[in-house]
Design a protein around this ligand. Structure first.
Ligand code: ZN
Length: 375
């Protein structure tokens, strides 16, 4: 039982938030006791989605700015509400109806909960390296397609007994085969504009055809709908135990200065995650023994600086983390109001160790890694 989380759970109990310890620590459909390893982990990232939108919904400054939001009335009718709580629920209903209710959410700075990257670059390749290896590598200073010299937790888990050939990665960005070092690691990566290969299901053949015929707004990043459905099809056929899915639209629409489509992408990705969770709960091989860990590679600036991120873009270091499923106690939204004290910060370099610990594995790497969120 993790000490920090234990404290939060007990505080919650003392505050009368739950009527019994069982209720406090039980997730829906949990067939795995708290603290026991789970059989499967889904690590999911949303590229460059700010904590501000996750915890307070649509940003009034950006929503009311003609430079960033077209069709303002129509967008407001869908995403504007009078309170941050109602706005975030309108934007990401799965996060706020299900994860807040059954899982844990870190990173609401208004409540004193901070999530931070530890790499100094604060853009994608350094961030994904940090998430996937558990440490910041100061030699990674570009998004170039360079095969990662570091072994990721995906590669490491793929080499553990019982996990060989049971790890798979999916990304919308075409640099993921390099970040995961697909060639060396043996972890299959379907990313960028990759088609499904090998023996195709009917849906995979259809997805390959549609993807080739669909115009993409970007040259290096495909629309997330393809990443999502390729992942879902592989789940059904290959039954991976560790799945990594990287959705990318949120970052690219932000770089385009398009707040409407950024909000739409956040809303759609929330629905994709609900789709995955619903599938998991209805599959006997995954239900009750699968945990989701969800985060982002970086934050972004505020107001006019929302379009970018990086070392000179204040706010880029701020991230958020969500967890749902057996293996994590249910704390809900982490914050002062819940715990009565300022919660410990969480760091991007803790994701890899957390993934491994959830699977009951003791992960190490060539450099010291961040500790698990469960410790
Ligand atoms: Zn970016």
């Amino acid at each position: 039982m993790p000490s920090r989380l234990l404290l939060l759970v007990f505080t919650l109990l003392l505050m009368g938030g739950c009527s019994s310890p069982e209720e406090a620590v039980t997730t829906a459909d949990s067939a795995t006791a708290l603290g026991d390893p789970v059989e499967n982990v889904f690590l999911i990232t949303l590229d460059g989605l700010r904590w501000e939108e996750v915890f307070t919904g649509a940003d009034p400054w950006l929503l009311n700015n003609n430079d960033y939001t077209n069709n303002r009335e129509e967008v407001a009718s869908r995403f504007w509400r009078d309170t941050p709580e109602a706005r975030r629920e309108a934007l990401m209903p799965f996060f706020w109806d299900v994860i807040a209710d059954e899982g844990t959410l870190w990173g609401n700075r208004h409540l004193g909960s901070t999530g931070e990257v530890t790499n100094g670059e604060v853009f994608s390749y350094p961030g994904y390296n940090e998430i996937l290896t558990g440490f910041a590598d100061e030699t990674i200073v570009s998004n170039d397609k360079v095969p990662n010299r570091n072994e990721t937790v995906l590669e490491w888990v793929n080499g553990q007994p019982g996990f060989e050939g049971r790890v798979a990665a999916f990304g919308s960005w075409d640099v993921f085969p390099y970040i995961v070092n697909e060639e060396r690691s043996g972890v299959p990566v379907n990313a960028g504009f990759d088609s499904a290969e090998g023996e195709l299901t009917e849906k995979e053949a259809w997805l390959n055809e549609l993807q080739a015929q669909t115009p993409s707004p970007w040259t290096a990043v495909r629309l997330d709908v393809f990443t999502h459905h390729y992942a879902l099809e592989t789940l059904k056929s290959d039954r991976p135990r560790l799945v990594y899915i990287s959705y990318g639209e949120t970052d690219d629409f932000a770089h385009d200065g398009d707040y409407r489509h950024y909000l739409d992408a956040a809303y759609r990705t929330d629905a994709f995650i609900r789709d995955l969770w619903t599938w998991v709960q209805n599959d006997p091989g995954y239900a009750g023994k699968t945990t989701f860990l969800i985060t982002t590679d970086h934050g972004r600036g505020e107001q006019d600086r929302w379009v970018g991120h990086g070392a000179d873009w204040k706010g880029s270091e701020a991230i958020w983390v969500a967890a749902l499923g057996p293996g994590f106690p249910h704390v809900g939204e982490v914050g002062i109001a819940v715990s009565g004290e300022v919660p410990a910060p969480v760091y991007q370099n803790q994701m890899a160790a957390t993934v491994a610990e959830l699977l009951g594995l003791d992960y190490t790497n060539r450099l010291p890694i961040g500790g698990s969120l469960l410790d």
